[in-house]
Design a protein around this ligand. Sequence first.
Ligand code: SF4
Length: 246
Amino acid sequence: MTCHVVQFFGGIGSWAAAQRVVAEHGTRDVVLLFADTLVEDEDLYRFLDDAAEQIGVPVTRVADGRTPFEVFRQRRFLGNARLAPCSDLLKQRPCRRWLETHTDLADTVLHIGIDWSEERRAPAVVRGWVPWTVSFPIRDSPHLTKEQMLDAARAAGLEPPRLYALGFAHNNCGSLCVRGGQNHWAHVLEVFPERYAQAEHEEQRLRAELGSVAMLRDRTGGLSRPLTLTEFRERQENRVPEPQKG
Ligand code: SF4
């Protein structure tokens, strides 16, 4: 029987993908594969447990054992919106190792929760997983919006991961994704000031070792330069609130 491995990292897209995989193939040969970065939001684990019970398949956990900032320190490179080695080292590689050890390449499909609105990412994802066969169950119609997927989870008796309700687009790395831009980090500062402070501290430690590196970039005046989380926070704190309309 073909083994169906769902990349199950805690996002609502991967849950929706798992629903379609199980509806088509049953649960017997399905694996829910979760790569733990060790900095996930605590509610992500609660959601994984609840979802596993609802789907009827236990979660299979893999972990590199490092956090994203530990990767950056060891690689002497601070991840950012353009290049994030943490994704490859903490997610793709542990999953690939698991696939190589536990499945038969000729009879395994890896299902990934990329939806129709992220179509442009699909070719690179397929290339990245060569020689494994990749499928995108929620890219097919009926197309669902993220809100519809969240509603479907609620209808199935699940409380969605809390990061969505807190206004984050993704449920990964406890909101501290180095790929997020200024709007994302402004939101982290507002919702999780203590997590922002932790990331700021880690960035400063790396700057002490690597020099003028930063996750964000400032592009005011047509010039692009590193923008530290410290400087960005100070800007946010000194921002004059916009007058209320009406
Ligand atoms: S979610 Fe962001 S910080 Fe976390 S592993 Fe992926 S790219 Fe890195």
